[in-house]
Write a protein that binds this ligand. Structure first.
Ligand code: SP5
Ligand code: ZN
Length: 342
């Protein structure tokens, strides 16, 4: 299958994040994408192509347009305000505060448009976000043009970004924008299968009230795992979307036995829904040696994921999300894709 990749991801570098009491270098770093690209080349997955340029109209259909327009302004306003280092929020409009008044100050707007301090901006961040968006839509256009599958090697990732918030290394929700684009270009229904270790809270929020996108999520139980505040099994969708959201919260230590069984169940739900296209939010932070995660998948398990998805027999768009065991990320992510192609 074709891989879409942009070197412009690399401008999003040297970032830091706030995690349990420490500002530390972000686990989400440029070498991740480079290891995946190198592995795709090494195994001969297929051509590696640059993205085309897309406008942000589709992004404005799944995100709040004001949020989309905010992001390109962040770095310039942060530096103009006299701040240096990574642009990060530190105040959020939680319960009991005004969430309906947008503040003027850049550091306050960062909090208004985020749910954590895990999605900082450096100088090249917006350009990388934009390129990641273009990567997703270029790969989506290959699939809607008749390719059986395509791989959007997105960086930064997207599944934690909601209608009007960033967080967890995510800014624009690449998989959701791609799903919307597929709907706008001939698909009647799309399923998003999110296999990243963390719950795709942004994707869930975006489509929660819609019946044209089914969202299936396998992830660490939010009672003990990031993003903590969404991803429970009783979240089933609402209104038109009632019954089209499915969460599989799994305990720490889950290995292929438990994870693969959840995948089989999710695939049954997917087949019952009958989508025209599948979008896979492909995170490989389920790996046993991932530095921030607690599942126990091994390298040999990743091709099994690809084989199971291939058996659905549907056009499939893979969109890269998380995975922080940098040395192994290429073998594991590309392992899913070669499993699909076997
Ligand atoms: C796209 C994606 O995978 N985003 C993940 C963001 C996770 N951010 C916070 C993770 C907190 C991990 N806590 C354990 C720290 C071990 N040192
Ligand atoms: Zn993740």
């Amino acid at each position: 299958m074709k891989t879409i990749f942009s070197p412009r991801h690399a401008g999003h570098a040297g970032n830091v994040e706030l995690m349990t009491g420490k500002i530390m270098p972000a686990f989400e770093m440029p070498s991740r994408a480079e290891f995946i690209r190198a592995r795709a080349e090494e195994v001969g997955l297929g051509p590696i192509l640059p993205p085309d340029a897309f406008d942000l109209d589709t992004a404005r259909r799944v995100h709040d347009p004001a949020y989309v327009d905010f992001m390109p302004t962040v770095w310039e306003r942060w530096t103009a305000a006299g701040f240096d280092g990574t642009a990060l929020p530190y105040t959020w409009p939680t319960r009991g505060l005004r969430g309906d008044v947008v503040p003027d100050a850049i550091e306050a707007q960062l909090g208004y448009y985020s749910f954590d301090a895990g999605a900082g901006f450096v100088e090249g961040t917006w350009d990388a976000i934009r390129s990641s968006h273009d990567v997703a839509l270029t790969a989506a256009s290959l699939v809607s043009g008749g390719e059986r599958a395509a791989f959007a090697l997105c960086r930064p990732p997207g599944h934690h970004a909601g209608r009007a918030f960033m967080g967890g290394y995510c800014y624009l929700n690449n998989a959701s924008i791609a799903a919307q684009w597929l709907l706008d270009h001939g698909a009647g229904k799309v399923s998003i299968l999110d296999v990243d270790y963390h719950h795709g809270n942004g994707t869930q929020e975006i489509f929660y009230g819609r019946g044209d996108v089914q969202v299936l999520n396998l992830h660490g139980d939010p009672k003990v795992e990031y993003p903590y505040f969404l991803g429970h099994a009783d979240e089933r969708g609402e209104g038109e979307g009632e019954g089209f959201n499915h969460n599989y919260p799994l305990p720490w230590g889950t290995d292929w036995d438990g994870w693969g069984a959840a995948l089989v169940d999710a695939c049954l739900k997917l087949v019952a829904y009958g989508p025209d296209v599948v979008v896979v939010s492909l995170g490989v932070d389920t790996f046993e040696r991932d530095p921030i995660s607690k599942f126990k998948l091994v390298t040999e398990d990743y091709p099994k994921i690809g084989r199971r998805i291939e058996a659905l027999g549907l056009p499939t768009l893979f969109v890269m999300e998380g995975g922080y065991a940098v040395e192994e990320i290429g073998v594991n992510a590309v392992g899913v894709l070669t499993g699909f192609e076997e």
